[in-house]
Design a binder for this molecule. Structure first.
Ligand code: NAD
Length: 341
């Protein structure tokens, strides 16, 4: 079978991890072109992957040997590149957040539908084995009815001064890190009904108005409550944590733990004596990035090869973006904001 040709656009921290991930599934796909506007960066990386080095992504979209365009550009550049890629007949894997406005997200979804190509949001949190186990356990009712879901992303990853992340287009940490956690909570708990949020610049000393810290309260349509805490300014190792409290059991998952997840349950036929720590594929930072990115690109490649629906649709990415944008509306108005479909 012919290997799929991939073009990765944007070779920063995400793009390089994507390129490396395709390299791990060389039997199915090959990165034939790398693209970045930074000539030195693209040329040195192209040597590593044996790919062509291209500085304008339009030249990548024109190539007949490319099936998948993998977009790892700054947030506000996702939509234009994704729409042009779909119009060029390429399948699109686009980094989170899908876009920075709902209109852009809708245009991306519609462009992919019109062109008959696949669009997946690269939400690596859907491909972290511990998250997958947590979702499976909730779906199987091991926790009973989950009434409280909490997610934290606490990292020391302050943006570079005068970079796109400090520009007003990037909005801030609530968008950048929030969409991961909103995706995961919605994936496990279902749709969100209302949002209340604080988001402020509290610790970062850069010249930017973007928030670095946020606390978001959620009410799900099923009646459960949720909370998301975020900062990019912590003096600590990254803390990515998920806590699910059900009427019959609890799951606590933390990316820094080995193994990363523990649960207890009083569900008949599934009762535990205290905490159980199952074995799942995992490695602390940065290992869980490598594992989840590899799983993610392999899944997308398999979807293209076997014509399957990707696990994280454009609509899923749009829903996570919508929660983030409504949270910003709540920050501005000081009010609880309701999600309209
Ligand atoms: N899933 C994750 O965990 C994860 C992790 C990191 C980043 N991301 C996402 O990936 C995206 C990129 O983030 P990053 O941290 O890699 O950013 P980055 O600043 O490190 O890299 C962006 C790259 O895009 C290049 N670029 C900018 N405009 C370009 C253009 N018009 N044509 C070609 N190249 C261009 C830049 O030169 C740079 O190398 C963001 O949307 C971010 O949210 C996701």
């Amino acid at each position: 079978m012919r290997k799929l040709g991939v073009g990765v656009i944007g070779l920063g921290s995400a793009g390089l991890l994507h390129a490396e991930s395709y390299n791990a599934i060389r039997d199915k796909a090959r990165v034939v072109a790398l693209c970045d506007k930074d000539k030195g960066c693209v040329e040195s990386n192209a040597l590593i992957y044996g790919s062509d080095a291209i500085t304008s992504y339009h030249d990548v979209l024109r190539r007949k040997d490319i099936d998948i365009i993998d977009i790892c550009l700054p947030h506000h550049l996702h939509a234009k590149a994704a729409i042009e890629a779909a119009e060029a007949g390429k399948h699109v894997l686009v980094e989170k957040p899908i876009a920075t406005t709902l209109k852009d997200a809708d245009d991306m979804i519609n462009a992919a539908k019109k062109a008959g190509v696949k669009l997946m949001v690269a939400e690596n949190h859907a491909f972290i084995p511990a998250h997958m186990l947590a979702k499976e356990m909730v779906d199987k009712g091991r926790l009973g009815r989950v009434f409280l879901a909490k997610a934290y992303e606490i990292v020391g990853d302050v943006p570079v001064e005068h970079s796109w992340k400090t520009s007003s287009a990037a909005l801030g940490t609530l968008l950048d890190m929030g969409v991961h956690r909103f995706f995961v909570l919605r994936w496990i708990m279902g749709d969100v009904k209302s949002v209340f949020a604080f988001a402020e610049k509290l610790a970062c000393e850069l010249e930017t108005d973007n928030d670095d810290t946020a606390v978001i309260a959620l009410k799900f349509k099923n009646g459960a409550l949720g909370e998301v805490d975020l900062t990019c300014c912590a003096i600590s190792e990254p803390t990515n944590r998920l806590e699910l409290y059900g009427t019959k059991g609890t799951i606590i998952e933390d990316h820094m733990w080995e193994p990363p997840l523990m649960y207890c349950s009083q569900q008949p036929d599934f009762e535990t004596e205290g905490w159980v720590k199952p074995e799942v594929e995992h490695a602390p930072f940065p290992g869980y990035y490598e594992i989840s990115f590899r799983n993610e690109v392999e899944h997308f490649v398999d979807c293209v090869i076997h014509d399957k629906q990707p696990k994280v649709s454009g609509e899923d990415g749009r829903a996570a973006l919508q929660i983030a944008l409504l949270a910003y509306k709540s920050v501005k108005t000081g009010k609880v904001v309701t999600v309209n479909k």
